[in-house]
Design a protein around this ligand. Sequence first.
Ligand code: ADE
Length: 250
Amino acid sequence: MRIDVVTAFPDVFEPIMGSAMIGIARTKGVLEFAAHDLRDWALPGVHRQIDDSPYGGGSGMVLRPEPVFEAVDAVSSMDARPPFVILMSPQGERFTQGRAEDLAGRDRLLILCGRYEGFDERIRSLADLELSIGDYVLTGGELAAMVVADAVTRLLPGVLGGETSIEDESFTTGLLEYPHYTRPAEYRDMDVPEVLRSGDHGRIARWRREQSLLRTARRRPDLLEADGIELTDTERRFIDRALHEHAEDE
Ligand code: ADE
């Protein structure tokens, strides 16, 4: 997979995209990554202008279309594979694990970061997809682009050690993950549940499934109503009973 980013702040990417798991993915050659400086395609002139005041008046500056269109042309042609172009914006589709899986299956992504008070509306026509990482406004698309690159990279084959750690985790199963424990068995009056120390793999698997169901029911009941979630009648009854008992405890 190759990911290119077009941004007015390319330097902010290297600390994140060069370390930990993403850095290893790049060293292994699973991920090729490059952040390109939008100013390389600035308007001619000493000021290397990339933005301008808005038509119709108002405060702030708006990203001009020419640098972005030229950057997309130039960066696209750096590789034979045509990129899937993503525009980061708070007006986009909400980013989810399902979308991360879809993007991880593509050969090449080109991510455009919005900046300043906004960008010229014509820039939208460059994008195959507009993505938001949540209902809040960041100062620019850079952090959002790194969130997307991180979530996608960890799904690439060979990046995480065991693929089962992905299969079990929150949002892949549609449920929140069960609690994890490691040594010591007792710490500050908090004990590791006995079942996890029992060595009984059947009991452990049942306990983990129940914990996932309970957590999801209590913290994110909306996930249990989502399409594609598969619960048995017994599991539905277990959740109802547990929530009912829990309500009586309070
Ligand atoms: N740019 C500014 N805010 C954003 C958000 N929430 N998601 C994606 N890009 C953004």
